[in-house]
Design a protein around this ligand. Sequence first.
Ligand SMILES: *Cc1c(COP(=O)(O)O)cnc(C)c1O
Length: 382
Amino acid sequence: MKLETLLANITAHSGIKDPYAATHLPIYNTATFDLSKQYGDEIFDYSRSGNPTRQALERIFALAEEGNGACCTNTGLAAVALLFESVLAHGEKIIVEKDCYGGTFRLLSVLAEKNKIHTTFLDLSDLENLEKHLKENKVKLVLCESPTNPGLKVLDLEAIALICHKHGALFAVDNSMATFASQKPLSLGADFSVFSTTKYVSGHGSITAGVLVSKDEAWNEKVQYYCNAQGRAQSPMDVFITSLGLSTLVTRIEKQAENAGIIYQFLNEISQISNLRFVGSPEHPQFELAKRQMKYTPAVLTFEMESEQRAHILMKNTRFIGQKVSFGTSDSRMEIPSLMSHASKKSSAGAENDFSNKTIRFSVGLEHPDDLKEDILQALKN
Ligand SMILES: *Cc1c(COP(=O)(O)O)cnc(C)c1O
């Protein structure tokens, strides 16, 4: 089944057993289930350990990502933490692409402080160096985003998966920016796809949530066990809100990619802006790989202003383009990653931000591109 068909009616495809045959996902907003009065083959007792609404969405994510099980968590970072806790034993080694999300970096720092895991940050576009590290060290897990947030580096997931497996390491991809509408890490060889559904997947900036999808059913069982043990489960209401976003995901991604392409052309002509990065640009260093690996271009651009002060002035003067962290929402937004979403990477070992305080990340939404251009132009005049 094609993704569009799956997402157009997730209730029907989720296999949920609702006695009233509700045509949209029923919200079982309950802590407990009466054990003596349930019928059918699936029994639920407590919503932390299992909930029919959440289970329905987990089945959809497993299908959408071509995995064999998924676990929905209360934030994207909870899904990343759950990955580490499910996979890694105390003191094990992990390699992480150095251009990683600020929150992932902070989480790794916290775990390092407690000596729980040892992280090496590498540039994973250098495959030889990755292989060298894997040969010399016993590494349990390799994690990267692609495209990276906010560097917009595209990594060769198929090649990385092959190298990891050759050396006995597991490979996880943070698919927050591309989403499964664009790329399926598990089909490219990864063992896990982890992502924040706060971004494109829920799509309206109304919740924080995340998912961890496993290629192997056995791993998913372990993940579910840890999710219950640590109380990381997503609430039924957040599942429901995610389900509303899912039905329009592909259309939104397609339209936002188109808008971002228009805005890229427009920004390219503006003299106050430099170092414009966009995955859909033929000048992007991994343009060919991106075209091969992803169906759509993520609607995220980065660019530099003449100074930090100029960057602040631009964001202050826009009328409706908000100064907000996060990306992938229907509304366009700008932020300075080094001061906001990625501020935790300031004094990091090997994972420093390669962008300065005058770099803006621009997530392009669903507004009419003419209005976006006008808003930017009037902001630049001030
Ligand atoms: C936002 C983000 C996360 C964390 O997700 P939250 O829902 O904010 O907890 C993880 N990885 C990437 C790449 C992100 O952009």
